[in-house]
Design a protein around this ligand. Structure first.
Ligand code: MSP
Length: 532
């Protein structure tokens, strides 16, 4: 029997449910969704996973503060916020995992039992600083001096760390210093961007120490199968979601697991790189499972130069932006304006100006003018082209080049470049309209064949633009597709191949209709304005 081909597997981190999502969380999910849709439109089978990280001290304390049980708290947060935010940003994961689900708990226990049987887990005393915000044991280099005498702060949260002293179970991380270094030296592309790779390698070179993998003071977690008084340390529970969501569990590996693992890319924020590029591969090596093909660390959305966060009250809820600009513009803006891998700031003004220039004027007008001209000059029926000039053919070349470049950029997660490539084509088509002046051609009956070619060319270019932008802006492109008669002529937009756009694809005779604007004009003022 033919082995089943492997799916492209992309994941986001699973989010802590101590609070509602802000745009920093939505940013990672949008990136994952765009990559998933892009690969699907390359004809690949794809599994896109996201979910929620529900155990640990942070969540337990939050539930206590709100006088509810942890279960009540997480159920409420997930159903009121974390699932609905997916609709807000139009993300469509194939799987949503919650770490409180039975399939996950089983898989976590199964995994750690194996590691213990293999001799990678032993009991020992732990004493050291812990940051509840990060849910992480800290090293001296991770800490800053506080204001009070002897106080130490977590460098990420700028909050005092706790001193913990516990009898724990330890994972023999130290055994993986050399295997990880060897692996990364041979496979530098497995961590992106390059700066993240360098950071990880420098950290491992410093030598890895064994690390506590359980907690005795915490109740809210997955109990160790061999010691019910302890729960698995929340990170060593959470990371396993990438396996448990695809069928890894006590009954062994399922077919889904076999055709999905290893992950092609784990998208993570730079603050959680060490967990994904040091601890996680060490755990997988210990379990003799293949390592993810890539971990990519993106930057932070900043407010006033600092990481946006709910706890610092700088979090902007995604709907504050989508209610005003729509989900397509949200998706487009963050991937276009910020280099994936670098930090960036959200500015209401910048978003408004890109919306107007790049989306409403750049693409929206092109689409509505073209449909209006085909309506006016050809009764809404797409004319057949009749012989191409060099100008037409250069547009064809431009499309072929920008498609190849956009694809290459998407595959390396350079969203900003991919979007710039597609936009350069939109600009070229706008330039073509200006240069060819169809409204002038329309005045001369002898130019009718040329008018037909020009309008056909524009419509077929719009067809290609709809296909290329679909993974990023699913809604506007769907309206454009309708307007071009795409569904009847060519089938669903999501089935169109982004790597093979072709030329002269839209059949002449197709009914072209004027639809609602792709990007409505923005109101002058908004309630949300000034919140950023
Ligand atoms: N639960 C862990 C992840 C476990 S994955 C096995 C966690 N959760 S988190 O909710 O705190 O963060 C989830 C993701 O959101 C991280 O990738 C983090 O970098 C990202 N972001 C949180 N704030 C952010 C910004 N201000 N900007 C960009 N991303 C940010 O860590």
């Amino acid at each position: 029997m033919e082995p089943m081909s492997k799916s492209f597997y992309v994941t986001t981190p699973i989010y802590y449910v101590n609070d509602a999502p802000h745009i920093g969380h939505a940013y990672t999910t949008v990136a994952g969704d765009v990559i998933a849709r892009w690969h699907r439109q390359r004809g690949e089978s794809v599994l896109f996973l996201t979910g929620t990280d529900e155990h640990g001290t942070k969540v337990q304390l939050k539930a206590e503060d709100n006088d509810v049980t942890p279960t009540q708290w997480v159920d409420r947060l997930v159903s009121d916020f974390w699932r609905p935010v997916l609709d807000t940003i139009d993300a469509k994961p194939d799987e949503f995992i919650r770490t409180t689900e039975e399939r996950h708990r089983r898989g976590v226990q199964y995994f750690w039992e194996i590691l213990k049987d293999k001799g990678f887990v032993y009991p020992a005393q732990y004493e050291g600083p812990y940051c509840i915000g990060c849910e992480e044991f800290k090293f001296p280099a991770d800490l800053l001096p506080g204001k009070k005498d002897g106080e130490q702060l977590c460098a990420i949260h700028q909050r005092p760390v706790e001193m913990l002293e516990e009898e724990n179970w330890f994972f023999k991380l130290s055994e993986f210093t050399d295997p990880l270094l060897d692996y990364y030296q041979l496979n530098p592309e497995t961590i992106g961007p390059r700066s993240a790779y360098n950071e990880v390698v420098a950290f491992i070179r410093g030598g890895l120490e064994d690390i506590s993998m359980s907690r005795s003071s915490v109740r809210w977690g997955v109990p160790l199968p061999w010691d019910e008084d302890q729960v698995v340390y929340v990170w060593f529970d959470a990371l396993l979601n990438y396996l448990t969501a695809i069928g890894y569990g006590d009954s062994g590996k399922s077919e889904l697991f076999e055709t999905t693992w290893p992950a092609d890319v784990h998208l993570v924020g730079k603050d959680i790189l060490r967990f994904h590029a040091v601890y996680w591969p060490a755990m997988l090596m210990a379990a003799e499972l293949p390592l993810p093909k890539q971990v990519f660390a993106h930057g932070w959305l900043l407010v006033g130069g600092e990481k946006m966060s709910k706890s610092k009250l700088t979090g902007i809820a995604p709907e504050q932006i989508t209610d005003f600009f729509g989900s397509d513009a949200f998706r487009y803006y963050f991937l276009r304006a910020i280099n994936f891998g670098s930090d960036g700031s959200f500015s209401w003004e910048d978003m408004r100006s890109r919306y107007t220039a790049e989306l409403a004027n750049g693409l929206g007008n092109l689409a509505s003018r073209s449909a209006a001209m085909i309506g006016k000059y050809f009764d809404g029926e797409l004319p057949a082209p009749s012989g191409y000039t060099n100008t037409d053919l250069s547009l064809q070349d431009h499309l072929a080049n920008c498609t190849a470049d956009a694809d290459a950029a998407m595959l390396t997660l350079d969203f900003s470049k991919a979007l710039a490539e597609i936009r350069s084509f939109v600009d070229a088509v706008n330039g073509y309209v200006t240069a060819e002046q169809p409204w002038v051609l329309a005045k001369d009956p002898e130019q009718r064949p040329r008018l037909a070619t020009v309008l056909y060319t524009i419509a077929d270019c719009l067809r290609a633009i709809a296909v290329l932008y679909h993974p990023v802006m699913p809604q506007a492109t769907e309206i454009l597709w309708e307007s071009l008669g795409g569904p009847e002529a060519l089938g669903p937009l999501a089935d169109q191949d982004v790597t093979d756009l072709g030329w002269e694809v839209l059949p002449p005779g197709t009914a072209i209709t004027k639809t609602e604007p792709l990007f409505p004009r923005l109101p002058e003022e908004s309630d949300g304005e000034g919140t950023a």
